[in-house]
Design a protein around this ligand. Sequence first.
Ligand code: GP9
Ligand code: MN
Length: 416
Amino acid sequence: DGGELTTIVNDAKSNEVKPDKDFYGIAKGKNVIFISLESTQNFVINEKMNGQTITPFLNKLIKSDDTLYFDNFYHQTGLGKTSDSEFVMENSLYGIGGGAVFFTNASNSLNSMSEKLGDNGYATSVLHANNKSFWNRDLMYQAMNIDTFYDIESYDVNEKNSVNWGLKDIPFMKQSVEIMKDMKQPFATRMLTLTNHFPFTSDKKDQYIDAYDSGDKTVDRYFQTVRYTDEAVKVLFKKLKNAGLYDNTVVVMYGDHYGISENHNKAMAKFLNKEEITPYDTVMLQEVPFIIHVPNTDIKAKADKKVHEVGGQVDIRPTVLHLLGVDTSNDIQIGTDLLAKKHDDLIAFRDGRFVTNDVVYTQELFYDRKTGEPLGETAENHELIERANAKTTLSDKIINGDLFRFYDEKTGTVKQ
Ligand code: GP9
Ligand code: MN
């Protein structure tokens, strides 16, 4: 009820993490393209498989002065997979435990990033060549006040340009830029890629590298489809340049969730040169890439060591809104701005595990995050368990109680 929400609002205000002036608004007025990199885990970045570079385009991009690559960044999804990642980055809240929030709570009141950008003059959309009702997206996108969903009906999809789950990422990128050319600017759009999805099948001519040789077909093929998606991102950048959109557009990329499940630990141990995959390793394998490209800036030099801060998908909303110069001081968010001096490095997973800059917590044990060495349970560490649980509990309260019905985020007041 209103009383509970008042407490939540007051807590949010007293814990507010203010943006750093060096970054606030540096991309003001620019278009923003979010790319959900399907099933892309962080272990493929800057790596080779049997001597072949897995993500050559991304590797080159993240070296550039105008790109930030957060290399200690974790997904926070649950059973809702891609849809959870969308929910988390849009709302800076968690999906629900034991289900998919896109199905269970599609009529909630929300204060999504898209809605906020819409209020700030942006045309908002999602680009995804799948049926609009998949994951109940059509309804949840309405709840999140996204203006337009360019679904499969907006694309030319045929036998020749499809594989696995549908339209291949390269034609998806090309056709999407055609759509973008007609968008009202500034626009904020989210592209959901699809080729690098289990079971990671691809056509011979799209295989820019060989398969891996672990004998586990899923893992072996994964490297090839990741490589293909990397090529698709390269095509996107080229097309944006040709369309005259590149200079005025920020590109934000994130992995939506893991691609290789624990069923494939044997092959993963071989690739990572480990005897076995431990529970600590499994946590570390939940890292996904998070990349922010702000063209023609020196953002990398400004950010310095901040890109090594531990972060998670809940941080995407505040981080990006602040870069765009959109105020979030009235917003109730679980995450904090990764570029802020007081960013909160306690990143809780949906299932109770968590990480910080220093520790990993899994199966009721603490480890040194950098070395994997087991740690004793100090009082300080123990407090982290409570703080991590508080994050998912707060999110559940807001969603289960549909509390934002009573919240006016424009004025920061609780409606009576
Ligand atoms: C389907 C795509 C993949 O539209 O989002 O879904 P996933 O299985 O990864 O949740
Ligand atoms: Mn997915």
